[in-house]
Design a protein around this ligand. Structure first.
Ligand SMILES: [Zn+2]
Length: 163
C-alpha cells in the first residue's frame, strides 16, 4: 500500500468522534514502516492495552477503524486462527471488536473478528514474520492468492462494520 501520513490516518477514522481521532495514538515511525509489504496498517495503542487500530485503502478510499481487544485472558494460551490472514497462533490471536459508526454504534452495535494480536497479518502472509511451527497450514495457494484472500477478508470485515 502507499505510505500513509499521520494526517491521512487520523482523517480516515469512521467509528469514533473527530476529537478521539485527533487524540488517539498513531505511531511516530510511519516513515520506517514496510509499506510495500502491507495490505493494511494495523497497530496497538501503546497507551491503552485494550485498543488497536487499523487503516486500509479499499476501493480507493482510506478507512480506519478503532478496535477494542480484550486484555490477557484464557484465550491467550489457546491455538486459534486469524480470520484475516489464516495464520494459526498459540495465544497470538485476539477477538477485536469494532463499534459501528453513527447511530448504530451509539446503540451499542458492534462487529467482532479474530485478528493476529499484533495486526501484522500482511507480514505473516509474506513470511516476513514468523508465527512459529504449524502457523501456516499447507495450502496450494500462491502468495498472490493468499494476499488477495487477506484483502478480501479485511474488506468483508470493514464492510460489515460500516454497513
Ligand atoms: Zn492475521
Amino acid at each position: 500500500m502507499k505510505p500513509l501520513t499521520e494526517r491521512e490516518i487520523r482523517a480516515a477514522f469512521v467509528n469514533c468522534s473527530k476529537g478521539e481521532a485527533k487524540r488517539l495514538s498513531v505511531p511516530h515511525d510511519l516513515a520506517e514502516r514496510p509499506w510495500d509489504d502491507l495490505d493494511f496498517f494495523g497497530w496497538r495503542d501503546p497507551q491503552a492495552a485494550e485498543r488497536a487500530y487499523l487503516a486500509a485503502e479499499l476501493d480507493g478510499r482510506l478507512v480506519a477503524l478503532v478496535l477494542r481487544a480484550p486484555g490477557a485472558g484464557s484465550w491467550q494460551t489457546r491455538r486459534s486462527m486469524c480470520s484475516m490472514c489464516m495464520t494459526v497462533h498459540t495465544g497470538g490471536v485476539s477477538l477485536m471488536v469494532a463499534t459501528k459508526p453513527g447511530r448504530a454504534g451509539q446503540r451499542g452495535n458492534s462487529v467482532g473478528t479474530y485478528i493476529c494480536s499484533d495486526l501484522a497479518c500482511p507480514l505473516y502472509v509474506r513470511g516476513k514474520k514468523d508465527a512459529g511451527a504449524g502457523a501456516r497450514l499447507p495450502e496450494s495457494l500462491t502468495l498472490e492468492q493468499k494476499i488477495q484472500r487477506t484483502v478480501t477478508n479485511l474488506a468483508g470485515f470493514v464492510a460489515k462494520v460500516t454497513a
